[in-house]
Design a protein around this ligand. Structure first.
Ligand code: ADP
Ligand code: MG
Length: 607
């Protein structure tokens, strides 16, 4: 049995058993479904995207109050056309709830997400706190007593008035959303979302507009919460502010984290565990202690601490590992290498200047890390940038890749001035790069990491990915990634988590990732560091081949033998200034260069 078959079997069993379960169980199951929907949004936001929100309960409230207002307020009735069918009111409520949530989440996201660090969690706390009081103090929304008399949902004239009938709808919505989110994660857009956790610089270099993706993810999680709120309102047939306060927001976060914040099914597990646990504690603790009171809150808190301390990744991964022994591993079905062709770049002719740095300076306080550096990279050549530690190579590298801005001077890429442009625009113009300190998604496979490099070459968006309308394009992207992995000699590691490779190999994965973006100019920061002799030779022949295909390659490298054998031209930096430029032979004969290296590395490097 595979995990997929087991999932389907569980769903079928639940469906078959539903009619025979007692009313109370059905109610609890319905609530678990509602909570899991919110927690699934948090899994995407927190576990996958790395953003924390305490305010999801308030979005649930927006969804619930919107439909309550539409269905019960005389004001809403006055706005709708006369004779509007009452059975459709909940749908209007849903539409209003989603619209309001979209607007609020967009606004909140725009305000808080651009700021770094703790602003988002703080922003969501403020939002969660304030909306509770807004609900409670607005007379049109019934104040703290709330609004009652909501109609049940109806489907084709059939009323879903009890958990027996509404529960299946709740679970159908939940399962559909889980399926869509699962598809989203398993796509080009999903890789971009996961890249958010790999840091802004890496994701942007792959062409991902990180600010935009963060806002979209925040809105997505909020919309899921609002849908949950809509269903909740029609299950309860009554809303008041209590279930939407900040405590409940924290509980949702617990559900996602306890279940396993990186796993969609963890949301269901977490929602089920916490709901059942609270239920049981409320029953047992007063009997046990012989007194009534909110003891469950205290015990609950302690249990949370224990779980988070013992199982930092949540419980789902444990369950997965335990079941791994008797579940067949999922076989990745590779689609026919598709009719879709990815965007192709026409490489510039040999000798054309790709990247041009003119009089580039960078000042850090009193330190001049780069001083009027000139350098140009042409198509069809390997250009090496060398210099002792602290010479300013990485500083320069950052400025020609859009990570940092020159204090003065100009960087041009493909003849375009790049002043003030983010690194994703460098990527779009044909710049590929690797990082001195490897930046891969360690838990993801080599294939997925490399496929991220081709992000910009695909077009399908979130909705298409969720509905699996991107399969042909996705197959083309994966085929491209596979091709680059093979040519870089990493075929045997393709399905391994990137972090399990030796550091030197991880650098080569970064090269493959850059190549998947089909760059015209390739910037490599110490690509040979950590490679063994034979691996260096393989890397050198790969770079040689890329050069013959027409790429311009800039390498920052310490290994002098590697550099001297490979480079067409060399620029030498010392204390932020260019002290020599020329062919390897010219540079090696230059007295200033010899002096800078104190005759050490240059001669000792096997030359
Ligand atoms: P290299 O890569 O050649 O070893 P770097 O470009 O990393 O050299 O550093 C050049 C100089 O600039 C060093 O003295 C370093 O301490 C300084 N430097 C680099 N980045 C920063 C920064 N963000 N803030 C302050 N000083 C920096
Ligand atoms: Mg450096």
């Amino acid at each position: 049995m595979s995990a997929r078959q087991l999932t389907l079997a569980c769903i079928a069993a639940l469906a078959l058993a539903w009619g025979f379960l007692p009313e109370f169980t059905l109610t609890v199951m319905s609530y678990i479904g509602l909570y899991a929907l919110v927690a699934a949004g948090l899994v995407m936001l927190t576990g996958v995207g790395g953003m924390t929100s305490f305010g999801q309960a308030a979005f649930v409230g927006l969804g619930a109050y919107a439909t309550a207002w539409v269905c019960t307020s005389p004001l809403a009735a006055a706005w709708l056309p006369a004779g509007f069918p009452p059975a459709l009111l909940p749908l209007v409520g849903l539409a209003l709830g989603l619209l309001a949530t979209y607007a609020v989440a967009r606004f909140l996201g725009a305000v808080t997400l651009r700021l770094s660090g703790h602003y988002l969690p703080l922003g969501t706390i403020a939002w969660g706190l304030s909306l509770y009081y807004v609900f409670g103090n607005l007379d049109v929304l019934g104040g703290f007593t709330g609004m009652s008399g909501l109609p049940p949902l109806t489907v084709a004239g059939f009323s879903l008035a009890s958990p027996l009938y509404l529960g299946p709808l709740i679970w159908a919505v939940l399962l559909f959303c889980l399926w869509a989110l699962h598809n989203l994660l398993d796509s080009r857009e999903g890789r971009a979302i996961r890249a958010l956790k790999g840091g802004r610089v890496m994701a942007e270099s792959m062409g991902v507009d990180t600010a935009h993706y963060r806002i979209k993810l925040f809105v997505l999680a909020a919309l899921l919460a609002a849908i949950s709120g809509w269903l909740y309102a029609h299950l309860q047939r009554f809303v008041n502010p209590t279930p939407f306060n900040i405590n409940i927001g924290i509980e949702y976060l617990f559900m996602a984290v306890v279940g396993g914040a990186g796993h969609l099914w963890g949301a269901v597990l977490g929602a089920a565990l916490i709901t059942l646990l609270k239920e049981q504690l409320q029953d047992w603790l007063p009997k046990l202690l012989g007194a009534s009171g909110n003891f469950e809150v205290i015990v609950f808190g302690l249990l949370m601490l224990f779980v988070l301390q013992r199982f930092a990744d949540g419980l789902w991964p444990r369950l997965q590992a335990a079941s791994g022994r008797w579940l067949k591993p999922e076989v990745r079905r590779v689609g026919a290498a598709a009719a879709v062709t990815l965007q192709q770049r026409v490489l510039p002719p040999a000798g054309q200047v790709l990247l041009d740095a003119r009089q580039v300076s960078r000042r850090f306080g009193g330190l001049l890390a780069n001083n009027n550096v000139n350098m140009s990279l042409k198509a069809h050549e390997v250009h090496a940038l060398i210099g002792p530690n602290g010479a300013g190579k990485s500083t320069f590298f950052n400025m020609i890749s859009g990570v940092d801005e020159p204090t003065s001077g100009e960087v041009r890429l493909m003849e375009q001035p790049m002043q003030g442009r983010p690194s994703r625009e460098f990527a779009a113009l044909g710049l590929g790069r690797t990082f001195q300190h490897v930046r891969l998604l360690g838990q993801r496979s080599v294939l997925e990491n490399v496929a991220l490099g081709a992000h910009r070459r695909g077009r399908k968006g979130w909705i298409a990915s969720m509905l699996r309308l991107d399969r042909a394009e996705e197959a083309a992207i994966l085929a491209e990634a596979r091709r680059q992995i093979e040519r870089c000699g990493l075929a045997e590691y393709i399905d391994r988590p990137a972090a399990s490779l030796a550091l030197g190999q991880q650098r080569v994965v970064e090269i493959a990732r850059a190549l998947a973006g089909q760059p015209a100019a390739l910037l490599l920061d110490e690509p040979a560091a950590g490679l063994r002799h034979l691996e260096k030779q393989a890397l050198a022949s790969l770079l040689d081949q890329l050069r013959s295909e027409g790429l311009g390659i800039l390498v920052v490298e310490h290994d002098m033998e590697f550099v001297m054998n490979l480079a067409d031209r060399i620029t030498v930096l010392e204390f932020g200034e260019v002290i020599a430029e020329g062919t390897p032979a010219e540079v090696q004969a230059n007295p200033r260069v010899l002096e800078a290296y104190l005759g050490g590395e240059l001669n000792g490097g096997g030359l």
